[in-house]
Design a protein around this ligand. Structure first.
Ligand SMILES: [Zn+2]
Length: 289
């Protein structure tokens, strides 16, 4: 059964590790993440962007697939199904469809409107036993057509949003979605430290986990980051493994064109990436911690 992300993230924050949010795109992605979480005995968050939700034909399909798969694969580790960067309307749809967690990305609204809409959603998710992530300060790069500049959040604004009763807070600390440019300045630990000092026990979320050096990831966790989003890295490893299969001409040998064979190397590559991240984040073996 799906669970809210609240408890797993509170435990992670207290235990100084982070739970990975791995974005899913289809059946192979979902199966790879769920199986790896079970094998590693790690809690996990399945992220679904609005675009990926649409691609999979809608949120109800996603909920049906994830619930069915958890039952048939015998998944017993804590799993949250989380809307990634939801707009207000998308949040309402996911509450109705049976997600267990949502992110309201109100970062593009003026702070007053972000506060008002976040308050409404806090009340709704509490009623449904779900968890809510809010964002302050836009996170750079492009996600589903929303382009941000990689700014650093105002710690006072973070406190204001945290105090509304959200369960986790994404604060921009110079992180970027997608691949990092060569001239990237790195994470602003000064900002992270200031946000953490004002928000206390609030689990902080690091978006754009792909390409951040491992020592920076470890330092961010030590400074209060309890959830790290991974999306692009699984896409890159899936694409790489699929490319190698095709380039080796394996799709033209025997029944190598069978999608169950064609997609297998990419599937295994996602599993390997997820395992590597769980080890780096320290969430391995924490399913029942
Ligand atoms: Zn993000």
């Amino acid at each position: 059964m799906l669970v809210s992300a609240k408890e797993m993230l509170q435990k992670a924050k207290a235990g100084k590790y982070a739970v990975g949010q791995f974005n899913i795109n289809n059946l192979e992605w979902t199966k790879a993440v769920l199986q790896t979480a079970q094998e590693q005995q790690s809690p996990v968050i399945l992220g679904v962007s609005e675009g990926a939700g649409k691609y999979m034909t809608g949120y109800k399909t996603v909920v049906g697939m994830v619930n069915g798969m958890m039952e048939e694969l015998g998944i017993t580790v804590p799993v949250a199904l989380h809307l990634d960067h939801g707009g207000y309307e998308g949040c309402l749809k996911c509450i109705e469809a049976g997600f267990s967690s949502i992110m309201f990305d109100g970062s593009h609204y003026p702070i007053e409107e972000n506060v008002a809409k976040t308050k409404e959603l806090v009340a709704m998710v509490k009623e449904h036993g779900m968890s809510l992530e809010a964002e302050v300060g836009s996170i750079g790069g492009e996600e589903d057509g929303v382009i941000g500049a990689g700014e650093c959040a105002d710690p006072q604004e973070c406190k204001m949003i945290a105090d509304l009763g959200v369960d986790m807070l994404a604060a921009g600390i110079g992180n970027i979605h997608g691949k990092y440019p060569a001239n990237w300045k790195g994470l602003s630990f000064e900002t992270l430290d200031a946000v953490q000092a004002l928000t206390g026990d609030m689990p902080l979320v690091l978006h754009g986990g792909t390409g951040i050096p491992e020592d920076m990831i470890r330092k961010a966790i030590s400074l209060g980051v309890a959830k790290i989003n991974v999306n692009t890295e699984c896409q890159l490893s899936f694409a790489q493994a699929t490319r190698e299969y095709i380039e080796a001409g394996k799709d033209q040998q025997g029944k190598g064109y069978d999608p169950r064979k064609l997609l297998a190397p990419g599937f295994e590559a996602i599993k390997a990436t997820v395992k590597e991240k769980m080890e780096l984040f320290g969430s391995v073996g924490k399913a029942n911690a």
